[in-house]
Design a binder for this molecule. Structure first.
Ligand SMILES: Cc1cc2nc3c(=O)[nH]c(=O)nc-3n(C[C@H](O)[C@H](O)[C@H](O)COP(=O)(O)OP(=O)(O)OC[C@H]3O[C@@H](n4cnc5c(N)ncnc54)[C@H](O)[C@@H]3O)c2cc1C
Length: 388
C-alpha cells in the first residue's frame, strides 16, 4: 500500500500531454528561488503598470493552480476531476483587500457558492478565510483582548453576522463549511467565532469545520479543551488539519516582540504533533469529523491506515482528504481510485486578484523544495511511461 502514491498513470489520468509539459516547466521555474523572486517582482510591476500580462499569467501559472475566473468558468475542470471521483472545493481566492464592501462581497460570493453547490455532488464543501470577512487588525485587537471603540464594535458585529449568515446557509442547505486558519496573532478571535458557529449548527452532525495548524505546539491542548466544552454543550467538532503556511512570519514576529515561538521547534515535532492530533480525532470520531489537508504522503497514508484498520467505511462523511489544485495529484487521484473521500481546493477569481494566492503557492513550492522535486520526479516518470 505504501507505494500507492507512485502510480503516475492514475495521478495524471486527466492531464493531457501538453498540460503535463506545462506543469513540468512551471515546477522547474518555481524550484529556482531567484527566478520566483524576480518573476514575482516583475509580475507585480507589470500588473500595476497595466501592461498586458494577464493573458500570459492566465495560460501558465493561473491555469495550473486555479479553476477559472468565476464558478461557471471552473465547471469543466470540476467535471473533469469528478470523472475520477476527485471532488472540488470552490475557493474564492481574492485576498488582501480590506473594506466593508469587499468583506460583504466575499460573504455574498460564499453564499452564492453554497447555493450553487447545493445539489452538486462534485462540490461537497464551501470555504472561506477569516481575513476575507473582516479586518485583520480587528481580529488581532480581539485576540489581544484590547478594548474596541464603538465603531470597531459595530464592525465586529458585521463580522459576526457574516459568519452567521454563511454558517446558517450551510446548515439549511446541508453544505459543510470549511473555515481556513491564518496568523496566530489574529486567530483566537476567529477560532472563538467558529466555535460559536459549531455550537449553533453542529448539534446533529458537523456542518462547520475550523482549521488546526499543527505547526503550532498548543493545538492538541486547545482541541482537548474544546472537546470538553463540546461534550458539555452538546455539539460536534469539525477540523481541517494542516501543518500551516505562515511559519517564517510566525517565527520572525515571535523574535521581534520577544514572546514564545508558537511554532514547533522543528519539522519532526510538527509531524509528530500532526499524527497525534489525527489519532486523537480519529479515536473520537463519534463526536468529530476530519478533513486531512496535506500534501504529505505519510500523513495521507496514516489516515488511510487508520480507516483501513477500523470499521469505518472509506466513504464515511466524517473522513476527508484534501489537497490544493495543481499539487499532489498523485495523492488525490490514487486515494480517490481506492474509494476514499478526496477534495481539492480549486481557487478562482479575477487573474489580478488571485495573484497573492499564486505568489504564495510559488513561494511555498520554492521553500518546500522536497515537494517540488517530488512533483518533478512524478511528472518525469509519467512522461517516460507515456512515451514507452
Ligand atoms: C486542502 C488544504 C487546505 C489548507 N488550508 C490551510 C489553512 O487554512 N491555513 C494554513 O495555514 N495553511 C493551509 N494549508 C496549507 C498547508 O498549511 C501547507 O500545505 C502546509 O504548510 C504544507 O504542509 P504539508 O502537510 O502539505 O507538507 P510538508 O511538506 O510535510 O510540511 C511542510 C510544513 O511543515 C512545517 N514545517 C516545515 N519546517 C518546519 C520546521 N523547521 N519547524 C516546524 N515546522 C516546520 C510548515 O508548516 C511547512 O509548511 C492548506 C493546505 C491544503 C492542502
Amino acid at each position: 500500500m505504501k507505494k500507492l502514491f507512485n502510480n503516475t498513470e492514475t495521478a495524471f489520468a486527466v492531464k493531457s500531454d501538453s498540460e503535463l509539459e506545462r506543469a513540468f516547466f512551471l515546477f522547474k521555474l518555481i524550484k529556482s528561488e531567484p527566478l520566483v523572486k524576480i518573476g514575482t517582482a516583475v509580475t507585480k510591476f507589470a500588473l500595476k503598470s497595466h501592461l498586458p500580462v494577464e493573458g500570459l499569467i492566465r495560460y501558465t501559472v493561473f491555469d495550473h493552480f486555479c479553476g477559472g475566473i468565476s464558478e461557471e468558468d471552473c465547471m469543466p475542470t470540476i467535471d473533469k476531476m469528478y470523472t475520477k471521483k476527485v471532488h472540488s472545493v470552490l475557493d474564492y481566492s481574492v485576498e488582501g483587500k480590506e473594506d466593508e464592501s469587499v468583506f460583504d462581497h466575499a460573504m455574498e460570493k460564499t453564499l452564492e457558492i453554497i447555493s450553487f453547490v447545493k445539489e452538486k455532488d462534485a462540490i461537497p464543501f464551501a470555504v472561506f478565510k477569516p481575513s476575507g470577512f473582516g479586518r485583520f487588525e480587528l481580529y488581532q485587537k480581539i485576540t489581544e483582548k484590547k478594548e474596541l471603540s464603538p465603531s470597531e464594535q459595530k464592525e465586529w458585529e458585521n463580522v459576526v453576522n457574516r459568519y452567521d449568515a454563511v454558517a446558517k446557509a450551510s446548515f439549511e442547505k446541508d453544505v459543510p463549511l470549511l473555515v481556513d486558519a491564518e496568523e496566530s496573532w489574529m486567530q483566537t478571535a476567529a477560532d472563538d467565532l467558529i466555535e460559536e458557529m459549531m455550537e449553533k449548527y453542529n448539534k446533529e452532525k458537523v456542518i462547520v469545520f475550523g482549521t488546526l495548524q499543527l505547526y503550532r505546539h498548543d493545538r492538541l491542548d486547545y482541541l482537548k479543551e474544546m472537546y470538553q466544552r463540546a461534550k458539555s454543550k452538546g455539539f460536534k467538532i469539525g477540523m481541517k488539519l494542516v501543518r500551516g503556511a505562515y511559519m517564517e512570519k510566525e517565527r520572525e514576529r515571535a523574535e521581534q516582540f520577544d514572546y514564545m515561538d508558537p511554532i514547533c521547534k522543528d519539522k519532526a515535532s510538527t509531524d509528530r504533533n500532526y499524527d497525534e492530533v489525527m489519532r486523537y480525532m480519529f479515536e473520537n470520531l463519534g463526536d468529530m469529523a476530519i478533513f486531512n489537508g496535506t500534501h504529505n504522503e505519510e500523513s495521507s497514508y496514516l489516515l488511510m491506515d487508520l480507516i483501513n484498520n477500523s470499521d469505518y467505511d472509506k466513504t464515511d462523511s466524517r473522513l476527508w482528504f484534501g489537497q490544493l489544485y495543481g499539487m499532489s495529484d498523485n495523492i488525490s487521484y490514487n486515494l480517490a481510485k481506492e474509494g476514499f473521500n478526496v477534495a481539492k481546493y480549486l481557487p478562482f477569481g479575477p487573474v489580478k486578484d488571485v495573484m497573492p494566492y499564486l505568489i504564495r503557492r510559488a513561494e511555498e513550492n520554492t521553500s518546500v523544495a522536497g515537494q517540488t522535486n517530488r512533483e518533478l520526479e512524478l511528472i518525469k516518470a509519467e512522461k517516460k511511461r507515456r512515451k514507452s
